[in-house]
Design a protein around this ligand. Sequence first.
Ligand code: NAI
Ligand code: MG
Length: 356
Amino acid sequence: MNKQIVLIPGDGIGPEIIAAAQAVLTKAAAKSGIQFTFETHLAGGAAIDAYDTPLPGKTLAAVRRADAILLGAVGGPQWDQVSPEIRPEKAILGLRKELGLYANLRPVRVPAVTANYSTLKPEIVTGVDVLIVRELNGGIYYGERMEAGMVEGREQAWDTESYSRPEIERILRLACQVARKRRNKVTSVDKANVLASSRLWRKTAGQVAQEYDDVRIDHMYVDNCAMQLVLSPKQFDVVVTSNLFGDILSDEAAVLTGSIGMLPSASLGDGPGLYEPIHGSAPDIAGQGIANPIGTILSAALLMRHSFGAEAAAGQIEAAVERSLADGYRTADLYQPGLTKLSTEEMGRKILENLR
Ligand code: NAI
Ligand code: MG
């Protein structure tokens, strides 16, 4: 099986972490009988420098043809002065829109060996394994809005939260399907006690649940969920929610792990999936070879799992990461006395070695 992967290293530490992840991806694919062809393309600041646009037509054409996309990060202070229409971030939003990526998946796992990095007590976070599924193409981010203006003598502005049944159904189905490969439990999060859009969400979620009799669906109000995530995060398997609630809850859940450099993400739609670490381009450490490549390597695991159904390969990558951490290897962001400090490249190689 031959598959086309588009790599978009982007800016800052992007090229360093993508190089480490590409090596891991190549080995994992070969082990599962998939042959990857890689194409590297520009987006973000690097593309602005080369083509005066953050998302060149050539990159767009390539991602449309691709089977999956692995992205580093875009942006940096050297592009802060460019005009708003061509800012580097436009590349990410443009890709999400062009590829119809309606689901954002952010797994948050805390192996015992990194539990002491969290601001929460180790016994609360050890063994956490939550997958946040955030709706990414609808809700208040895309609803009708009015920019600040005068209404009856007062300045006013508004945004609207709106969801249609098909939008809710597709994200709930996706959540149930991924739950089947995990612990068969979905928590649907809304604010149905107050919001009409949430009442449709809850009703629809209940109906979709009937299509998946092997998956248990619970409903939870978002304010309670925010509290439960830090009170007893181990109760959650898959959490599915709207665009705005998902944005907030996924940042909150990320804190359970203690380092932004560890967290991967997948954005899925009807076409190719896009995979990227949740952090940015880290301009403060770019070019020094000290960035943590694990968020990107775990994004490569998600790519194997969600774009190619290669569950075994995904699990092997995740196990190789955990093994390397358990053996005491750390990049500078997670270094503590008594452990072994590695560069980005060395960490990548260590994980590659542990990939069996
Ligand atoms: P950031 O995530 O790039 O950095 C925040 C802090 O975390 C920095 O101290 C950085 O050194 C550290 N850090 C991040 N990733 C790391 C890693 N893999 N290993 C070790 N340390 C790491 O966020 P910041 O500084 O707010 O943004 C920098 C640039 O990145 C901005 O231009 C921003 O717009 C862009 N950005 C891009 C994103 C994307 O491409 N999806 C997402 C977030 C920010
Ligand atoms: Mg956010």
